[in-house]
Design a protein around this ligand. Sequence first.
Ligand SMILES: NC(=O)c1ccc[n+]([C@@H]2O[C@H](COP(=O)([O-])OP(=O)(O)OC[C@H]3O[C@@H](n4cnc5c(N)ncnc54)[C@H](OP(=O)(O)O)[C@@H]3O)[C@@H](O)[C@H]2O)c1
Length: 266
Amino acid sequence: MEISFIGAGNLAWHLAPALENAGHHINEVYSRQLQHARQLVSNLYDAHTHSELNFADSPSTLFVLAVPDDALEDVCSRLVLPEQATLVHTSGSKSLQSLEQWMDIYSDVPVKTGVFYALQTFTKGQPFMAFEEIPLCIESTDKATEDALVQLGQDVSNIVYLITSEERRTLHVAAVLACNFTNHLLALAHDLTTQNGLEFDLLRPLITETFRKGLAVNNPANVQTGPARRNDLTTISDHLALLANQPKLAEIYQILTDSIRQYYGR
Ligand SMILES: NC(=O)c1ccc[n+]([C@@H]2O[C@H](COP(=O)([O-])OP(=O)(O)OC[C@H]3O[C@@H](n4cnc5c(N)ncnc54)[C@H](OP(=O)(O)O)[C@@H]3O)[C@@H](O)[C@H]2O)c1
């Protein structure tokens, strides 16, 4: 497939090379700051940077929106696509209907639309991720487009699902809980240790075992430990006293403690 990317950030950094490795061809990469497009293009076979959102003369048939969710409508409003183009967004939370509406409003030519959402965390500059085990959530209201996107998905991944916008929204909230919030807690633990002259490395075996164990069982709730799970109220009070001069952190500690205690009927 002939493909162009709109956006050269975290997702594009990993998805564009994965599509090329699966035999597809990336023609163009657009980014507001051209050096970001240049960085991505330097990792691709013969893609070119594209400095504007006018793709009227593009040889591509598939256009991948890889910009932040909040920028999608603005980008769509300025996007010029060739005839017969398919436009997909890669967002966990934006509906397919929104994309369809924006194209109805803003595009001079009819555009086929879809969703190509990779359920993984991507960071630009990190080693390219193998896509085989990354779940891909596909959606389109047009059967031929859906089939083409499923085929494209199967070219890069063994885990391809048809997922509705509503299902994807729920998955995305679950992903934020499991990934983004967990990672933020790790960052807070990092700061607490290093600010007190302790090495974050001391926590590494604990973090590794927490993830190993949580993934080894059907339900991570079965292996929950800690003061809130044991209902050790004096330990909890002691921890909150230690955090007295960090009210935000104390608040997070209290909210999660309450959640764990309620979950186990305390
Ligand atoms: N990152 C992930 O882990 C992940 C996972 C799954 C799905 N996604 C989805 O992938 C999409 C992109 O996320 P990302 O993390 O790759 O974003 P990102 O790293 O912030 O990349 C943003 C790209 O979009 C461009 N951009 C930002 N604001 C823009 C605007 N107002 N107008 C035009 N271009 C703009 C940036 O241009 P400049 O380079 O010029 O700044 C950059 O090239 C989102 O829909 C997100 O939900 C992300």
